[in-house]
Design a protein around this ligand. Structure first.
Ligand code: FES
Ligand SMILES: [Fe+2]
Length: 428
């Protein structure tokens, strides 16, 4: 699966984490490798192996100067391509410098997100046409947090259409629902009332579409349609007449930690100040799936030590038994801490031999099969994994809609599942 992951670009940093040329390097851990990210004097981003090729000191301590990162131990200097461009500790006639090729991965910035390619293809394939990162930055809000478990069990949490009616529910949801969701519509009510959706799936070129059917009116069903895109993207179904779209990239730091990059975007217009405020802070009982800007512990220099949530396993995520009796189903405040509480406490890699998968896990089963089949096809036949060479196959949206009971969902939703630039479709 690691080889499969390496065939895809990884969104790993926000451009503003390395705001200017020669700013301080950052430690990064990605796909189990320790790396150092820096922005050189020309503004280019570099991602180098953490250990200096001389005798292994951490390049995190490096001096970022004149288009290269200089190890503070003996002054060897590496540029963004991994070439050693200066070796002041050796005599000038030495050619050792020219023999050094340090681990360096290509990094590309697009609309405020830095992507890295750690795979074998040269040149690297194009970036995936994920809509959240194709719209201009003012149309998309991105937040990041770390989670202490395997990336797949986090990803599975978001394509599980059943848990929201429990884990994320308020008690007396029918009364509270208009406080909980900013946009009034009947969708949330249908969702709250029918807690055992029937789940169906359809494979796409780059992933799986997962449709959860609930009863709406006598003659109609309410469909909430999720997208899984290889290798680790999820898009949640939207609400309302002029919807924004939210989802995640579940980027594997290693087998036991994941970077949850959360995006919310509008396909056509900039996000409003009110929307941005809610996404950044949460407002009046509106609980966001984004970690708010003050949700984090003081940064540490550990890889992704900038994204350690205050609500974590050690403090039981702020769980409150009184709130559990009177207010929220889980007793844990906040949407993402509720997910974290369930996913981290499964253990860093949940033992799936002990599961009893149920009908609402149909989407999870399909996604596991696709991932495993793709990893096997790559290993056994060298088949490049889904979508990795076809960036446009990522141009899809999630959807929610009410359809007559007689209509098949895949045909009924076909148009709204596409992502035509400059067009938004109403959701239910
Ligand atoms: S260990 Fe880096 S220059 Fe010697
Ligand atoms: Fe959730």
């Amino acid at each position: 699966m690691g080889n499969l992951l390496r065939h895809y670009w990884q969104p790993v940093l926000l451009s503003n984490e390395l705001p200017e040329p020669d700013s301080g390097p950052l430690r990064v851990r990605l796909l189990g490798e320790d790396l150092v990210a820096f922005r050189d004097s020309s503004g280019r981003l570099g991602l180098l192996g953490n250990h200096c090729p001389h005798r292994g000191a951490s390049l995190f301590f490096g001096r970022n100067e004149e288009n290269g990162l200089r190890c503070v131990y003996h002054g060897w200097k590496l540029d963004v391509s991994g070439a050693c461009v200066d070796m002041p500790s050796e005599p000038p006639e030495s050619s050792l410098k020219d023999k050094i090729r340090h681990t360096a991965y290509p990094v590309v910035e697009r609309n405020g997100v830095a992507w890295v390619y750690m795979g074998p293809q040269r040149p690297a394939p194009p970036l995936p046409a994920v809509e959240w990162n194709l719209v201009p930055p003012e149309q998309c809000y991105v937040s990041v947090r770390g989670q202490q478990n395997n990336w797949v069990q986090a990803l599975e949490g978001e394509i599980d259409p059943s848990h929201a009616g429990f884990l994320h529910a308020w008690l007396n949801e029918d009364e509270n629902i208009n406080n909980f969701l900013p946009i009034a519509s009947r969708g949330p009510l249908y969702r709250a009332r029918d807690r055992h959706p029937r789940v169906e799936t359809a494979d796409t070129d780059a992933g799986v579409t997962i449709a959860a059917r609930r009863n709406a009116e006598e003659d109609s069903y309410y469909w909430r349609i999720y997208q899984f895109l290889f290798p680790f993207y999820t898009v949640i179904p939207p609400y309302g007449a002029d919807p924004t779209f939210t989802g995640h990239a579940w980027v594997p730091i290693d087998d036991e930690q994941v970077l949850a990059l959360c995006f919310t975007y509008h396909p056509v217009r900039p996000l409003t100040d009110a929307e941005l405020n809610t996404l950044r802070q949460g407002l009046h009982g509106v609980e966001s799936v984004h970690a708010s800007v003050d949700a984090f512990l003081p940064p540490s220099s550990e890889p992704f030590g900038r994204w350690r949530p205050k609500q974590n396993r050690e403090n039981l995520y702020g769980m409150d038994r009184e709130a559990q009796r009177t207010m929220r189903y889980s007793g844990v405040p906040g949407v993402w801490p509720q997910d974290s509480a369930c996913q981290e406490t499964m253990g860093p890699i949940v033992d799936r031999g002990h599961e009893h998968l149920a009908s609402t896990d149909t989407g999870i089963i399909r996604v596991r099969r696709r991932l495993i089949a793709a990893a096997n096809a790559l290993r056994e036949e060298g088949v490049l994994p889904p979508g990795s060479q076809a960036p446009e196959s990522f141009r899809v949206r999630s959807a929610s809609l009410v359809l007559p009971r007689t209509d098949p969902w895949l045909a009924g939703a076909a148009e709204v599942l596409t992502a035509p630039p400059g067009v938004n479709f109403a959701a239910a």
